[in-house]
Write a protein that binds this ligand. Structure first.
Ligand code: CMP
Length: 145
């Protein structure tokens, strides 16, 4: 059981002004922010990040969308982070997400589904390193990881 997960607040949610509300929901649920950054991915960045989905029919659209505007990326720390965060965000398709979950509250559709969350401890580490160096990750005491 790992203690970090990587999230991105996706372009439409950022554009709609939900960044603050989503971060508030995340920290209220007991996640600590280790690293945080707003950036716009290039198409090539998005293709690399979502490389595991390369063969899926939605890969082109997904990577167009994810590079269409800035995202807010963050490394979140909590015991059992991957599983607990996936519960907090709800089902991939917001139509199936439970009441009170981030996707139910802030998602538009399955692609613009408000936030990304890592699906395993291994991917959380890979995705965290995609956005942040060790010099951008802080412990609770304010020192670098
Ligand atoms: P995310 O958690 O970022 O991981 C992969 C993304 O692919 C997922 O959220 C969705 O936004 C997107 N996705 C998954 N399934 C579909 C689908 N059937 N159609 C369009 N996009 C999808």
């Amino acid at each position: 059981m790992g203690n970090i997960t990587l999230t991105m607040i996706k372009p439409v949610a950022v554009k709609n002004g939900y960044t603050g509300k989503i971060l508030e929901k995340i920290t209220s649920a007991g996640f600590r922010i280790q690293a945080l950054r707003m950036l716009r991915m290039s198409k090539a960045d998005a293709e690399k990040f979502y490389e595991v989905h390369k063969e899926r029919p939605f890969y082109g659209e997904l990577t167009d969308f994810m590079s269409s505007g800035p995202v807010v990326a963050a490394i979140l720390e909590k015991e059992n982070a991957v599983e607990d965060y996936r519960k907090l965000i709800g089902a991939t398709n917001p139509a199936n997400a439970e009441e009170g979950t981030i996707r139910k509250m802030y998602a538009t559709d399955i692609q613009a589904n408000a936030v990304h969350g890592s699906d395993s401890d291994e991917n959380a580490e890979i995705e965290a390193s995609f956005f942040f160096s060790k010099k951008e990750r802080y412990k609770q005491d304010g020192n670098l990881i």
